[in-house]
Design a protein around this ligand. Structure first.
Ligand code: 5GP
Ligand code: MG
Ligand code: MG
Length: 182
């Protein structure tokens, strides 16, 4: 992991994120209007801020669970091999499930996770990602809801880290490495 100095430029403001979440939650609430209980599954750790804002805008009976899949480690390169580091606490058979991810990049993570959860026979399984980088896709995967499509930039903030830092920024920012003396 490089320790080069970097700056973070705002890409998506906290206000813009909040407005988009309000719209998305209207759609999700409509989609699951008839549910007896929606299991909202956050993918650790990057989705923890997003899921917190999301569930508070959902006008539905919900339960929250978490799953951790390995993809990036502490590097900027994505790995194709997806491993489950922490599985759900609860069973999802016959349940309505919404998987919440921070970013769809190559698509390997959500593709793997949704296939795994589908194999447990949920009643309905949908996914939402805050950010999507379609230009980076390596597998044919499309999330049911997307907050924002972004270009191929490395982003941080709003739960998303660079070497475990910057998760507490209220906005989505783009990492820009500084030249010597800048
Ligand atoms: P995928 O399996 O789709 O390639 O990887 C998705 C995961 O890669 C995301 O959940 C996220 O953890 C990580 N990732 C992708 N792009 C970025 C980025 O710009 N910044 C950070 N910090 N992580 C990213
Ligand atoms: Mg992630
Ligand atoms: Mg990460």
């Amino acid at each position: 992991m490089s320790q080069r100095p970097y700056a973070i430029d705002v890409m998506i403001s906290a206000k813009t994120i909040a407005a988009r979440i309000e719209d998305l939650c209207g759609e999700i609430t409509t989609e699951f209007a008839d549910t007896d209980k929606l299991v909202v599954v956050g993918l650790l750790r990057g989705s923890f801020v997003f899921i917190a804002d999301l569930v508070r805008e959902l006008d539905l009976p919900i339960e929250v669970d978490f799953l951790e899949a390995s993809s990036y480690g502490d590097a900027m390169e994505s790995s194709r091999e997806v491993r489950i580091l922490k599985d759900l606490r609860g069973a999802i058979e016959g349940r309505d499930v919404l998987v919440v991810e921070d970013i769809v990049d190559t698509g390997h993570t959500l593709n793997h996770v949704t296939k795994l959860l589908q194999s447990r026979s949920p009643k309905r399984l949908k996914s939402i990602a805050l950010l999507d980088k379609p230009s980076r896709r390596e597998v044919d995967f499309r999330s049911d809801w997307i907050g924002f499509e972004i270009p191929d930039e490395f982003v941080v903030g709003y739960g998303i880290d660079y070497a475990q830092r910057n998760r507490n920024l209220p906005h989505i920012g783009k990492v820009r490495f500084l030249e010597d003396g800048e």
